[in-house]
Design a protein around this ligand. Structure first.
Ligand code: FES
Length: 95
């Protein structure tokens, strides 16, 4: 667990991770040492690449939002996120 008392946190695969206000999911994950955001259908590891919403290499599933670019989506307190590869057909929320 990377969460410290008093710091905001979100969840990655049910694990709380701290974030800094204004930080994207991709940056918060990377800062926590997580660079593997899931596996694409072609077998390649998803992670941050362009950082500007163009490559779609960082997409993750955000509860209540569905599929989202981790590089563009800001972390929010108690937000639940997970790799898309761990879901089946879920489009609207974390399983
Ligand atoms: S890193 Fe390219 S869209 Fe997010």
């Amino acid at each position: 667990m990377n969460n410290k008392p008093g710091k905001p946190f979100f969840y990655w695969k049910d694990t709380p991770l701290s974030f800094i206000e204004g930080e994207s999911i991709a940056i918060a994950l990377t800062r926590s040492g997580i660079i593997d955001f899931g596996v694409a259908q072609n077998g390649q590891i998803k992670s941050i690449f362009c950082g500007i919403g163009q490559c779609q290499n960082c997409i993750v599933l955000v509860k209540g939002r569905g599929i989202s670019e981790a590089c563009l989506t800001l972390c929010q307190q108690d937000m639940h996120t997970q790799p898309i590869s761990e879901t089946s057909t879920c489009q609207t929320g974390v399983k």
